[in-house]
Design a binder for this molecule. Structure first.
Ligand code: NZQ
Ligand code: ZN
Length: 385
């Protein structure tokens, strides 16, 4: 295990009824901008509950942040923040709204060209407006991390940044607010959280049994609870466990001191930017192929994963690895997230476009060994045609 510093400043308010706590969590006297997406919060009551909790505050609104939030849209909110001298942001929605709010928080105080934050990375950020979140879709972990992914619609670029200045001050996690999610987003959320764990776990042994067993616990929980969220959609206990798993999957804890991969995400972002697949759909396509292409470098962890997560102990090593990869693909399919490019109407020409986009962005040294290049990406995607 390598040296690490772990500091996560986000306060979590978990459970039913916690939206009422906003009254005290949002600083009194601050001019607040509430940010949201395409309107789901207006049809499921979340909007009204937030407004009621903030009845003693001055609240402006900015709606219409789209899934895979657009830089162009977010810059309109940056204008509003500057014009109105907003002092606190409140994101109400899924990962896209929270990611968008992180960008707005940083861009509003940034002197240069705002796209620098994406092209040069979060290191250019020296300060950001404080913000909180009310999470309505468990998936990304954005509610308790310092990452954000933004799409520049005009150029089809999807880029991320990280900065210690963009941790939410607090996040409200009320599992009851996830009951209105369409099945597609339930499946997406479980697959995204699962792959976040895999990106931090399926590398090589690093003498980090605590991180390994936390990761395996999250994977086992998602495998148990995820399908129940689809088959028993009204079960609040299941929703609560899915929600907490997704937050824990990417709040930094399981990744401390261990090697990380993230190639599946980098490749997946290009699939979304070019073809509009949902984020988790891209991961379901890419990960099984990466597991196969990197089976030698990941051999020890693949065997550990096969045994501890899927209970695969019989047969020789290669057959256990084959079975673990197949079980992973089946799990994604069970969550109703297709794992084949053909299921999204794409063929081999899409693979070339993705490889070209990765090469243009300089993303050709991916993975824990920096050896996933254009050829490895092509091979992985070809396995999921
Ligand atoms: O926009 P509205 O109308 O609110 O509808 C949303 C949206 O259409 C809907 N929804 C959300 N909560 C709902 C609901 N519908 C009914 N009831 C509710 N309670 O769900 C749709 C998808 O929302 P979105 O926020 O786009 O989904 P998700 O949370 O999966 O976020 C995806 C974005 O996060 C990025 C992805 O790249 C993508 O841009 N990621 C962010 C990460 C991070 N910050 O650490 C890591 C991830 O790997 C990921 O890259
Ligand atoms: Zn993800």
């Amino acid at each position: 295990m390598q040296n690490f510093e772990f500091h996560n400043p986000t306060r979590i308010l978990f459970g039913q009824g916690q939206i009422a706590a906003l009254a005290k969590q949002v600083p009194a006297g601050a001019k607040v901008l509430m940010l949201y997406g395409g309107g789901s919060i207006k049809s499921n009551g979340v909007y009204d509950e937030v407004k009621a909790a903030l009845s003693g505050h001055t609240v402006l609104e900015f709606g219409g942040i789209e899934p895979n939030p657009h830089y162009e849209t977010l810059m309109q909110a940056v204008e509003l923040v500057r014009r109105e001298q907003v002092g606190f942001l409140l994101a109400v929605g899924g990962g896209s709204v929270i990611d968008g709010t992180k960008f707005i928080a940083a861009a509003a105080l940034y002197q240069g060209e705002a796209w620098d934050i994406l092209s040069k990375g979060g290191k250019v950020i020296q300060s950001a407006l404080p913000f909180g979140s009310v999470l309505t879709l468990p998936a990304t972990g954005s509610e308790m991390n310092s990452a954000s992914v933004i799409t520049r619609h005009a150029t089809q670029e999807k880029r991320g940044f990280m900065s210690r200045h963009v941790y939410p001050v607090f996040s409200v996690l009320d599992p009851a607010k996830t009951l209105t999610l369409p099945a597609r987003q339930v499946g997406n959320g479980v697959v995204d959280a699962f792959v976040h764990v895999m990106e931090q776990y399926l590398t090589y042994p690093a003498q980090a049994p605590v991180q390994d067993r936390y990761a395996e616990g999250l994977l086992l929980t998602l495998i148990e609870e995820g399908p129940q969220a689809l088959s028993r959609p009204d079960d609040l206990a299941v929703r609560a466990n899915v929600m907490w798993s997704a937050t824990m999957a990417l709040n930094g804890l399981i990744g401390v001191g261990v090697p990380q991969d993230w190639s599946t995400h980098m490749i997946g972002h290009e699939l979304t930017a070019l073809y509009g697949l949902d984020h988790a759909q891209t991961l379901a396509v890419v990960l099984p192929g990466i597991m196969q292409v990197k089976r030698d470098a990941k051999r020890a962890k693949l065997l550990q994963y096969a045994e501890r997560v899927w209970g695969l102990r019989d047969g020789n090593e290669d057959s256990r690895i084959d079975a673990a990869i197949a079980a992973t693909r089946n799990f994604f399919e069970q969550m109703a997230v297709p794992t084949r490019l053909s299921a999204y109407g794409l063929d081999a020409s899409a693979i070339d476009a993705v490889v070209n986009a990765l090469e243009a962005a300089g993303s050709v040294h991916l993975g824990e060994h920096h050896d996933i290049d254009g050829n490895a990406t092509r091979a992985a995607l070809t396995l999921s045609l």
